[in-house]
Ligand binder design. Sequence first.
Ligand SMILES: [Cu+2]
Length: 162
Amino acid sequence: MNKLFFPFLGTLLLCTTSSIAQDSLWTSSRPDGHAPMSVMGDHTHNKGELMFSYRSMLMSMKGTISNSSRVNNETIYETYMVSPQDMQMQMHMIGAMFAPSEKLTLAVMANYRLNTMDLKTKMGVDFTTESGGFGDVLLTGLFQVFNRPIDLGSEPILKTIL
Ligand SMILES: [Cu+2]
């Protein structure tokens, strides 16, 4: 059985350096040089740069689907004594990146998760289960193989494409 879900992802980034997209040379340190926040390991840093990040994710699920069809509690009670009603998943993730050299960027990420599920028994009793705790701590390193600024010319890139 699958659940319908509606993810929400909120993010906050703090960097020791920043740049404004004002010249025609594209580099990965420009604001558009980063992938969406949910993509991990999309960039490296220059030597000595330090970056902290905080990500918050909330997922809310309601309803039960079996074989691509929505099923109600009575159908679930034909097989099970308890039927899930809804579920919320929260995740808070903190991260840090540091570049000890021009070629190497180190990153560490840790997260805390909290899951709650409302259920109803075949006898009509409602109850809630909950679990939470710290997830795995992830240590990664990114090694830069190739990095060359791209000259976008004097025309904005969207005009060039269109
Ligand atoms: Cu970074």
